[in-house]
Design a protein around this ligand. Structure first.
Ligand SMILES: Cc1cc2nc3c(=O)[nH]c(=O)nc-3n(C[C@H](O)[C@H](O)[C@H](O)COP(=O)(O)OP(=O)(O)OC[C@H]3O[C@@H](n4cnc5c(N)ncnc54)[C@H](O)[C@@H]3O)c2cc1C
Length: 522
């Protein structure tokens, strides 16, 4: 287990003890999916870039220093995690996993490559963000997908459970389709695309940073927590960070925050940028009033149906695993609930299969994720100390709306109709969920509430908005309102979560913002 970012030193570092340069052109704060994209794009354009990451930097893939679990794509891992979470009213822990390592969450994630649908991005245009139409985003999605070395698994590579699920969905009206990432596609089932190359989780660090790591104009420092942006009035003049040597200031004309949906609003608030009352409550002097910072937190809501499995399924899976290594998720069905306002609003995804990390008893599950939730939470800071993780107010999970509950209940019915109508049910064995078909509506909704988890796709806490949008934190170019030289370019700027797993949409967005910045500086 990795045990944290840096030594708990609070001394200011001078001269020769410094780990960071005195001055750079651009500081990129956070070396995850989007930080890798932004730093690589600016560095390739010849700009002087310092990329700071709280977790370790294990170097390029070829250096072979990466821990095995970060390379193994068959299951997600929490070995490099921020340990953010909240207690449920019932007492259990609701964890908000996030990668803390170069490559960020792309270094720990499920590797599903997903684009969503045209309406997701065209709705951003309707909110005044004309640069982000699906038409303009599509080439960026394509570039991000190719750079991450994505590929689709063939039917012969699907585990027995995944193959059965794929074969069975058409019997309840979800057709087999060729491509889940067709932006105009509606309901359908297919094997997903995965950024797995040579049997390795091909994270954003390998994909984007490795080709530019040797450049003299790019410096990457791991084990370095960004505290705040240094401001001269309302203009950025640098960044303060905590390294293994202590507190270090770096002068920079531009700072780009890519610390993720929980990390970026926290850096803004520690810099005095946000809702003045909540910034002051955390012990920070307010500097720039931007009430939207930390608000609008949303994530896909999900529940898991669990099954006992059967001896036959275990036998077939063990046999399959002798010849194949495959991710624990391989197939996704896009489906519509009765409250859907578009082509689909649910992902149904079987989880379970052949993996070195999996021990018996096998955990056979079907996930049901709501892709257009209406509930919202928020992120705040409790103290100015950058070593304290941000606080997540999880209303977006713990307080779902009636429509959110209805959509998920519909999704459960669809999943159950697949297992009831076909061979999958016999092969999966008993469902272990507490409620059964025929239960009252309030019982069903109570069960969903108690068992809600998230699909690991938080967005929205530094929302982009058009010119008249008072609550927006950044404009369409990622520039922070009211501060010059400061940008946000990660998942936090998405105004609404797309109907997609968010890694590739985030990379595409970061690519778009970085390309504009390089064009602006030439
Ligand atoms: C378990 C899991 C499974 C997932 N599965 C999938 C999937 O299969 N497909 C998919 O599309 N998406 C998936 N996702 C989501 C996807 O990985 C994220 O949407 C994407 O990585 C977000 O990119 P980001 O750059 O916004 O944030 P991140 O990649 O999380 O990067 C933020 C980085 O900033 C660093 N940081 C934060 N604060 C500071 C600070 N103060 N100073 C310095 N560094 C800081 C963090 O350590 C991290 O490296 C998954 C996520 C998780 C956690």
């Amino acid at each position: 287990m990795y045990s944290g970012g840096c030594r708990l030193s609070s001394e200011r570092v001078n001269g020769g003890d410094r780990l960071l340069p005195i001055e750079v052109g651009t500081v990129v704060a956070g070396g995850g999916t989007t930080g890798a994209v932004v730093a690589a794009t600016l560095a390739a354009a010849g700009e002087s870039v310092l990329l700071l990451e709280a977790g370790p930097d294990y170097g390029p893939f070829d250096a072979a220093r990466w821990p095995r679990e970060l390379l193994d794509p068959s299951d997600t891992t929490t070995s490099h995690d921020w340990n953010i979470g909240v207690r449920r009213p019932s007492g259990g822990l609701l964890a908000f996993e996030r990668g803390r390592v170069i490559g960020g969450s792309s270094a720990v994630n499920g590797c599903v490559v997903s684009w969503g649908c045209r309406a997701d991005y065209d709705n951003w245009v309707r909110a005044g963000l004309h640069a982000w139409s699906a038409e303009r985003l599509e080439p960026l999605l394509r570039t991000a997908t190719a750079t991450l070395r994505s590929r689709r698994y063939g039917l012969a590579e699907l585990t027995p459970f995944q193959r059965l699920w794929h074969a069975s969905a058409p019997s309840v009206g979800i057709p087999a389709v060729a491509d889940l990432n067709d932006l105009d596609g509606a309901s359908g089932i297919a094997p997903s695309e995965f950024n797995v190359a040579e049997g390795v989780r091909w994270n954003a660090s390998f994909a984007f940073l490795d080709p530019v790591r040797q450049r003299n104009n790019l410096t990457i420092v791991g084990g370095c927590v960004v505290d705040r942006v240094l401001l001269d009035g309302t203009r950025v003049h640098g960044i303060r960070a905590v390294t293994n040597a202590g507190i270090e200031d770096v002068a920079a004309g531009r700072a780009i925050l890519t610390a993720g949906t929980y990390g970026s609003p926290a850096i803004l608030m520690r810099s005095g940028i946000g809702d003045p009352a909540s910034v002051a409550r955390a012990g920070v002097t307010p500097v720039v009033e931007l009430p939207g910072v930390g608000r609008n937190l949303q994530d896909h809501l999900a529940v898991m149906l669990r099954y006992t499995g059967t001896p036959r399924l275990v036998r077939e899976t063990v046999q399959f695993a002798r010849h194949h290594r495959s991710p624990h998720e391989q197939v996704i069905a896009k489906a519509r609930s009765s409250v859907s306002r578009g082509p689909f609003d649910l992902h149904l995804y079987p989880v379970g299969g052949a993996s070195a990390n999996w021990r018996e008893p096998w955990k056979w599950k079907v996930g049901i994720a709501l892709l257009q939730p209406t509930a919202r939470g928020h992120v705040s800071i409790a103290t100015p100390d950058p070593r304290s993780a941000p606080t997540v107010d999880a209303r977006h999970i713990l307080d779902p709306s009636a429509d959110d509950l209805k959509a998920l209940a519909d999704g459960i019915e669809i999943a159950r109709s697949i297992t009831a109508a076909t061979q999958v049910g016999q092969t999966l064995g008993q469902e272990l969920s507490r409620w059964r078909a025929g239960s009252s509506r309030s019982h069903v909704r109570g069960w969903i509430r108690e068992n809600l988890v998230h699909y690991h796709h938080p967005v929205g806490t530094c929302r982009m908005g058009g010119p008249g949008d008072a609550d927006a934190v950044v404009d369409a170019a990622g520039a922070v309102r009211g501060v010059s030289g400061l940008f946000v370019a990660d998942c936090s700027v998405m105004p609404r979560v797309p109907r997609a797993n968010t890694n590739v949409p985030a990379a595409a967005l970061a690519l778009g913002i970085a390309q504009r910045l390089t064009r602006a500086s030439t």
